[in-house]
Design a protein around this ligand. Structure first.
Ligand code: DGJ
Length: 789
């Protein structure tokens, strides 16, 4: 809801209020962001600026006591007395950096904001938008519009700005943030998602301190180094309680966010396109729209914040065709074969996958051109007939005949110099004339700022999509941009942003306009471009090349803070893991991957028959709970910091929960399971999800319990290990919602003192999972209470 009274603008979502007012001088003064409040009189909330302070600069001679430096603002310029970090740096026609935008008018429109000509994606769906229009005092033709879009039900507010040059001369934009506002206090901890290849989105926290803290990317993409999302936690806030303010950007290019603690302990927050190498010429008559930033507040801790953001992404970011659509279980051949496959091998993998319940076969890298390794072929989107003699149409037909769908990998933004494409169009690759370019994975990036390059990508990918039955595309992109330069641009300061606009155009033309039902999974060496911009086109993203279950806990935990599980592609792979050489039980690999869009990325032929049987059970379990797992309310808590973690998803009286051993220490602490989504006054049945133990895990202990002498590395033991497994800790409880919220006691973990079928045999990286189902009309009696078994 948007209310406007007495120069006050009050934006309300279901649980939050965001309030600002116009000052007499025409600037927008920030007043409040937090829990929803009924107040209309703002005098108690407004920051008191009674008297001038030494060294502050008055706005004007006749405005004594009014300084932009001590006012909490909604946006700010340069050169009028506000010495904090500015969200906007323009070079005005007079050559100066000084601007002073003052209120001109406002307008409220139904629906979300979209900047038609900009080529940027914006959130869609039910919303209301306030447009606040300011004019520069000297160049009145230059207007700055702040757009506020209220997504009421999910407690999210979208922010972006438009700069219009209605004057007669050009100006330059060096920096134009999507939003800014100042808060009266700065006592927060900043949480960011940082990392690199195979270790994306690790959570890091640091106290906000004097000066500026920046979270940004300069790689040309949103990057695996620093995700654009970040949040601010008030003292005492944790997963379940406390004030949290969180921000994200609907953009896939270089991003920049900063928080600045000022000299009166106020806080300035901003986010937008990174000014790094950015210089945009705005000619007379042109306008520039920034990407949309989004923000949300809760006093219910990180889980409640994540719930807001998950709702927002599922309802307003994902394309309508895929909103709340159940995502298929895939098998991807990459880790099973890398580049070394042929039709026979692929069909054997597909047949096995189908037998276990997999729904989609995805053919990864290596199917085209001379792509037998990563040094050749990229750019030549024509099937390699030596590997696939019948071509893709015939392969896809064979897969469909088995009853599965077919998906295909592309990396259309890049080219190997050893390719027909490069030989024909060396000038299409990004490089600076007269300089040797840098290589990433033996490849160069194509210049998507050029129309001919974009047309080639659209045509070549579309030809493949039109030539075979393909229901899914994995769109990969495996390097950062260096040597940025385009012969099509007279101003290289526009390069990075125009590259991303070019990418969005290509994705729109191929997928939104021509193949709207093809499920797109984007990927960039894993999660190098896991952002809301890509999610506007691709409903799911390959989260990381790291498929190690324990590493995935770190990665997915970070991602879930801002992105819903329906977007998180997660595969069960071989053990020892190819990235870490760590061994993890099959149960844990599944218990982690099931909290996302499940897939398998391994050669089923290398598994034991018993493991294949377990996978069949896993897939059946996933399908039975798929809607809950992909779209239910996800929460996490840490029963023992650094040692145990629990993830759980609940909805409509049902939950699936898992508890993971992050590390195991002898004689371990007892575990309790809390179900955060359980409700008072209800009764639930809690059952462990069936999982199994390889007998080989007991090593030389086996000889102590076996009636005959067997060697732990002998043939008998190997046979037993391959053909039999033991049920791992079966538990069953009935519990009230109240008791579940506080925590029920789980079976003991194995401690080296003996074996009992009711023990949970966890060890390092072990985990157990549970289903929770509401029991209607259940009466609690003494007799009905039962324990494990
Ligand atoms: C990087 C991706 O993240 C992997 O999953 C795989 O598709 C390879 N590229 C293929 O080259």
């Amino acid at each position: 809801m948007i209310e406007i009274f007495d120069s006050i603008f009050k934006l309300s979502t279901r649980d939050t209020s965001y309030i600002f007012a116009l000052t007499e001088q025409g600037h927008a003064e920030h007043i409040y962001y937090g829990k929803r409040i009924p107040d209309r009189d703002m005098s108690s909330l407004r920051l008191k600026n009674t008297i001038m302070l030494g060294t502050t600069v008055d706005y004007q001679a006749d405005t004594a006591g009014y300084s932009l430096d001590t006012t909490l603002l909604e946006y700010s310029g340069i050169g009028k007395g506000d010495f904090r970090h500015s969200p906007m740096e323009l070079i005005m026609p007079d050559g100066s950096f000084v601007t002073d935008f003052v209120y001109h008018r406002h307008e409220v429109t139904d629906g979300p904001f979209s900047c038609g000509e900009s080529g940027l994606p914006y959130a869609t769906g039910d919303a209301e938008t306030l447009h606040l229009i300011f004019k520069d005092k000297k160049y009145e033709g230059v207007t700055l519009t702040l757009h506020y879009t209220v997504f009421e039900a999910c407690n999210v507010i979208g922010r972006c700005v438009t700069l219009e040059n209605g004057g007669r001369e050009s100006l330059y934009i060096r920096k134009l943030m999507s939003f800014m506002f100042d808060m009266p206090t700065a006592d927060y901890t900043m949480l960011t998602l940082d990392g690199g290849w195979a270790k994306e989105a690790h959570i890091h926290e640091r106290a906000v301190s004097y000066g500026i803290q920046v979270n940004d990317s300069t790689t040309g993409g949103s990057s695996n180094r620093h995700n654009p999302a970040f949040l601010l936690k008030a003292p005492g806030a944790d997963e379940e309680r406390g004030e949290v303010f969180g921000f994200n950007l609907i953009y896939s290019g270089n991003h920049y966010s900063a928080v600045e603690k000022g000299n009166h302990d106020t806080l300035r927050i901003m986010s937008g396109i990174n000014p790094h190498c950015f210089l945009w010429k705005l000619n007379a008559g042109e306008s520039f729209c920034t990407p949309q930033a989004v923000m949300s507040y809760t006093d219910g801790g990180i889980n409640a914040f994540a719930a807001n953001m998950h709702d927002f992404v599922n309802r307003h970011v994902i394309r309508p065709t895929f909103r709340f659509s159940e995502r298929p279980v895939v098998v991807n051949n990459w880790e099973a074969t890398f580049f070394h496959f042929n039709r026979r091998k692929l069909l054997a993998l597909a047949r096995r996958a189908k037998g276990l319940g997999v729904e989609m076969f995805v053919l990864d890298d290596g199917w085209f051109g001379e792509r037998n390794h990563d040094r050749a072929g990229l750019g030549d989107w024509v099937v390699n007939k030596k590997k696939l003699p019948g071509g893709l149409a015939s392969l896809s037909k064979a897969i469909h005949r088995m009853g599965m769908k077919f998906g295909l990998w592309f990396e259309p933004e890049c080219v190997n110099p050893d390719s027909n494409l490069y030989r024909a169009h060396p000038d299409w690759a990004i490089r600076v004339p007269g300089r040797e370019p840098g290589f990433g994975r033996n490849q160069l990036v194509l210049d998507l700022t050029r129309k001919d390059v974009r047309d080639y990508i659209v045509e070549s990918v579309s030809t493949v999509l039109n030539g075979a039955e393909i229901e899914y595309v994995k769109w990969d992109y495996n390097r950062h941009i260096s040597d940025m330069y385009s012969s099509s641009l007279s101003n290289q300061g526009e390069f990075f942003h125009r590259y991303i606009l070019g990418l969005y155009e290509v994705l729109r033309r191929i997928f939104v306009e021509n193949h709207p039902t093809v499920l797109l999974e984007s990927c960039s060496s894993g999660g190098n471009r896991f952002d809301l911009g890509m999610l506007c086109y691709s409903p799911q993203i390959w989260t990381s090349d790291d498929t190690d279950a324990l590493e995935r806990l770190d990665i997915q935990r970070g991602i879930y803070t801002f992105y819903p599980q329906s977007t998180v592609s997660a595969h069960v792979s071989m053990t020892p893991n190819q990235q870490t050489l760590r061994a993890a039980p099959l149960s844990t690999r599944f218990n982690v991957a099931m909290f996302g869009v499940l897939g398998y990325e391994l050669d089923f032929g290398e598994l034991t028959r018993d493991e294949r049987r377990q996978i069949k059970e896993q897939i059946a379990f996933y399908k039975a709970h798929r809607s809950l797992l992909q779209y239910g309310r996800l929460a996490r808590y840490f029963p023992r910091a650094g040692e145990r973690e629990s993830w759980q998803i609940s909805r409509d009286g049902k939950a699936v929960a898992a508890i993971y051993n992050l590390s195991y220490h002898a004689s371990p602490a007892r575990d309790t399971l809390r179900i955060l989504g359980a409700e008072d006054g209800k009764t639930y049945e809690v059952s462990s999800v069936k999982q199994y133990l390889r007998i080989g895990r007991f090593g030389s202990l086996v000889k102590h319990i076996s009636p005959v002498a067997i060697k732990s590395d002998g043939a008998i033991m190997r046979f037993v290990d391959r053909n039999f497994s033991m049920v791992d800790g079966s538990e069953h409880y009935v519990s009230s919602g109240e008791a579940l919220q506080s925590g029920i006691s789980l079976a003991m973990q194995y401690s080296g003192t003996g074996y009992d079928p009711h023990l949970r045999i966890l060890g390092d990286g072990g985990s157990t999972a549970y289903t929770v189902d509401e029991l209607k009309n259940y009466e609690h009696t003494f007799e009905k209470g039962n324990g494990n078994g």
